[in-house]
Design a protein around this ligand. Structure first.
Ligand SMILES: [Cu+2]
Length: 359
């Protein structure tokens, strides 16, 4: 439908030009002003008016297309830096659109106004240093301000995460995300080693590292509202990419090269549901690197909880070692007593595949 309207607009534009050209010619013939140069004059007149019509149509269609596409723009920003990058995007957009509109309006208007007229002589105007200085210095300042604010925002986004950040690991694989939390006790993720991967320990968690003992895995992502979150991102096979559109978080997951992204979620799931008027709404992590056949299914649900709810959820989670006590065998003798703290005295059902794998 939209393509049809666009096509019709172009066809009508050319029709309008040819009709105007013809009527100008006819008018000249009737009024007897047509002489030897008349064909050239008529073409110039038609082109001049055509320039104006083109710009008018461009502005109308451009504005319509912008307004029409609005529902497909990025959703409400639900993170601190997201608001900043959105502001930066829209202020850059405003500056660029303003400059584009002014310069092109003048361009098309002058093409019309100064079309050939045999009674007019062109002015020779070789140089004006003042004018050149103005149109060089002003854009240079504006560009410098845009680049500087961009650099500052980028520096903040890519800076070290605060030490109190919730550390969460997201590992992409064909086809899903493994989620691992740093645990309740040390707030540190234990080492992983691909050689230790087996059908239960899909991440290859290394139990010779005492930081691993309290780590727990999950099938969904819980984030505390208003607190820093550090995502440590890895991939096990091919390139994947972590994308949380509402939080303006996007970072590639690269095999053999851990990446990270830290941010502060500002809107809880409940608040966003109320804002959007969609009681079933959920934030999502999606994969935005086409990584194979099941790429489309690489999506997990994200819950942004109030800090106390988040704490409660974390406290309810069982460390990997607690659900899989058999891995106590992998713990070195000198750390066994520390590790066995996490093993429940009454063995609980080992349902590890469900706890670890996603999709
Ligand atoms: Cu993917």
């Amino acid at each position: 439908m939209n393509y049809l309207i666009g096509l019709l607009a172009i066809v009508f534009f050319f029709l309008a030009v040819s009709v105007i050209a013809k009527s100008v010619k006819l008018n000249n013939k009737l009024s007897g002003t047509e002489d030897d140069d008349s064909t050239v004059d008529n073409f110039n007149n038609a082109n001049g008016i055509g320039m104006l019509i083109f710009w008018l149509l461009f502005v109308i269609l451009g504005s319509w297309s912008f307004l029409n596409a609005r529902p497909d723009f990025l959703p409400i920003a639900a993170s601190e830096h997201g608001v900043k990058t959105d502001n930066m995007f829209w202020s850059s957009m405003a500056v660029v659109t303003f400059a584009f509109f002014i310069s092109n309006t003048l361009l098309f208007y002058f093409a019309y106004k100064y079309r050939f007229n045999k009674n007019r002589k062109a002015t020779f105007y070789p140089v004006n240093h003042k004018l050149e200085l103005i149109w060089t210095v002003i854009p240079a300042i504006v560009m410098a301000v845009l680049v500087f604010t961009g650099w500052r925002t980028w520096r903040d986004i890519t800076s070290q995460a605060p030490s109190n950040a919730a550390v969460i690991e997201l590992t992409g694989h064909q086809f899903g995300w493994y989620v691992r939390y740093a645990g309740v006790d040390d707030g540190q993720l234990g080492n992983v080693n691909y050689k230790l991967i087996d059908e239960t320990n899909s991440l290859g968690i290394d139990f010779t590292d005492k930081s691993s003992f309290d780590d727990f895995t999950a099938t969904e992502l819980h984030l505390p509202k208003g607190q820093p979150v550090l995502l440590k991102i890895r991939a096990q096979d091919v390139l994947h990419s972590v994308y949380l559109p509402f939080h303006r978080v996007k970072m590639d997951a690269v095999p053999g090269m851990p990446t990270k992204f830290w941010f502060i979620p500002t809107i809880s799931t409940d608040e966003m549901r109320a804002k959007l008027g969609k009681p079933d709404f959920n934030f999502k992590v999606n994969c935005t690197e086409v990584c194979g056949r099941g790429h489309f299914g690489m999506s997990i649900t994200v819950f942004v909880d109030e800090p106390e709810d988040y704490k409660k959820w974390v406290a309810e989670q069982k460390p990997f070692l607690a659900t899989n006590p058999a891995y106590l065998d992998k713990v070195p003798t000198n750390l066994k007593s520390k590790a066995s703290k996490y093993i429940p005295t009454e063995p609980i059902a080992t349902d590890s595949t469900e706890a670890v794998s996603v999709n």
